[in-house]
Design a protein around this ligand. Sequence first.
Ligand code: NAP
Length: 239
Amino acid sequence: MRNRVVIVGGTSGIGLATARRLASHGREVVIAGRSAKKLATALAALGPEVTGQTVDARDEAELARFFAEVAPIDHLVVTVTGPSGTTPFRELGLNHIQQHIDGKLLAHTAAMRAALPYLPTEGSITLVSAASAGGSMPTTAALAAVNAGVEGMVPVLAVELAPLRVNAVSPGVIDTDWWSFLPDDARAEAFDSIAASTPAGRVGNADDVAHAIEFLIDNSFTSGIVVRVDGGARLGAPR
Ligand SMILES: NC(=O)c1ccc[n+]([C@@H]2O[C@H](COP(=O)([O-])OP(=O)(O)OC[C@H]3O[C@@H](n4cnc5c(N)ncnc54)[C@H](OP(=O)(O)O)[C@@H]3O)[C@@H](O)[C@H]2O)c1
């Protein structure tokens, strides 16, 4: 088993759950995020198998320094998020769309490009898109666009960078800090309503997605796919 995994965006939510899961199964894990405070809290919770550094995945120079310092690595996971929340299309200014592009699509792309010189051919890259890609939920046009962009790169890079494997997970609604733009009561109400219209009968938790990421790292005959982890929400409400 190739052992050292870097998780850019690993200081909270899905990335943090992935770090916890991989470390508990014997992997050496390096996490990164922008906030030193979030990094310190995550490292204290994770224990000595996990190390970390601050890095802004929108900054190519910071990424170059980071990967040179943490190399050699075997697998890259990118769980960086752009702005959270949704916006009606008529109110969606171009500067806001640009923040989505910079915060998610460019950050994922920059992290991959910076990691490439250090990834062995038998390694892997796992990205995180979202169920908004290819969906039709009003007010999610910016999210749909950037996440479709992330998914669109997966089959291309799986062939272009082969035998390095490139995959993604596409989460549905997952209970993480991404939803902290909603006050607690509004978030609980939204989650209840989403759970009722989801075949699995609940919203997801971060480890549901971490489990799929672990599979994509472990399974050396899997490349160019997007694994949906959405409780069946794309299929519509149970009848
Ligand atoms: N939660 C959901 O319902 C859901 C659904 C579908 C898809 N997703 C996707 O899942 C991924 C993980 O989201 P999450 O729910 O786990 O959110 P989260 O808890 O907010 O975690 C986001 C992580 O990314 C880091 N980050 C953000 N911008 C960064 C940057 N420029 N450079 C480096 N690190 C950065 C954050 O740390 P810092 O803020 O300190 O940088 C944090 O560690 C995202 O791509 C998100 O779009 C989430």
